[in-house]
Design a protein around this ligand. Structure first.
Ligand SMILES: C[S@@+](CC[C@H](N)C(=O)[O-])C[C@H]1O[C@@H](n2cnc3c(N)ncnc32)[C@H](O)[C@@H]1O
Length: 256
């Protein structure tokens, strides 16, 4: 087994995979000692297919999430936002996870707040099926449109990793992204804010006073959203930064 691990690690490392040993361990575990299965998995990985699609899962905030083929793979960079969402969600509170994908953020909320109500939405049928398999109450459709109206004014947290890449920047994403992942997961329109602006405008209908909006974004987008946030009664706007000091998200509270 150790020989197999060294061999697969060496193959992946030679192909440029940074976390070669961790990936090799996952692939070996999922191949259940079947050499043909292992060879096919390695070949798929070498072609650039996301590891989570090959193994069928990813770990997000310490929670194992099923990730079906074709569904956006949750990124560790979104874990800080998810943890913040947990901290803003009361034990028996209510949260909405917009554009849920595999349901990773919603599942994280439910893990830490099992008595809360967490609902989610996504346009993509594969994502809806995947999030459902992760135990999430998910509705198929555009942003807030499919969500139950009984939640109007009741929600403590609206969180979303929605598409926010400006269309002109899509070509700078890693080469494999659009071979395997859908443009719908990334494309936020000319300045990346098409969907984020709608989230700012539409979330006050669902949020209670004092409820919190948490979204992932980048660059100057938070500044570009400021006027919109004020117009739609958001206060206490805080920028969320990563270890390098780069803006990664935004937190805002709905005023009374
Ligand atoms: C960047 S992925 C994020 C997935 C998940 N939140 C995560 O962090 O793993 C964006 C997701 O938004 C969905 N999506 C794109 N536009 C949408 C819309 N208008 N309404 C609902 N979902 C949408 C895509 O199908 C995709 O699953």
């Amino acid at each position: 087994m150790e020989n197999d691990l060294d061999f697969v690690t060496a193959q992946l490392a030679e192909a440029g995979f940074i976390a070669a040993r961790d990936e090799a361990e996952e692939l070996l575990e999922c191949s259940h000692d079947d050499d043909n299965v292992l060879a096919s998995m390695i070949e798929r990985r070498m072609r650039g297919e996301p590891l989570a699609w090959i193994t069928g899962s990813a770990t997000f905030c310490g929670v194992k999430i099923r990730v079906e083929h074709g569904v956006y793979v949750p990124r560790w960079q979104s874990e800080g936002l998810a943890r913040l969402a947990v901290s803003r969600l009361p034990e028996r509170g209510t949260a909405i996870d917009l554009c849920t994908g595999s349901g990773a953020i919603a599942a994280t909320l439910l893990t830490h707040r099992p008595n809360a109500r967490v609902v989610a939405s996504d346009l993509d049928e594969r994502a809806v099926a995947c999030a459902t398999s992760n135990g999430v109450e998910v509705y198929g459709g555009d942003l807030f449109t499919p969500l139950p109206h009984e939640l109007f004014g009741e929600v403590d947290v609206v969180v979303g990793v929605v598409p926010y890449v400006p269309t002109p920047s899509l070509s700078f994403l890693p080469r494999d992204t659009f071979i395997f992942e859908s443009r719908t997961s990334y494309d936020g329109g000319p300045d990346g804010l098409n969907i984020l602006r709608r989230v700012v405008r539409e979330s006050p209908r669902f949020l209670r006073s004092g409820g919190c909006l948490l979204v992932e974004l980048g660059g100057e987008q938070a500044e570009l959203l400021r006027r919109e946030l004020t117009r739609f009664r958001f206060i206490d706007v805080k920028l969320l930064t990563d270890d390098d000091g780069d803006v990664r998200g935004l937190e805002a509270t709905l005023s009374a």
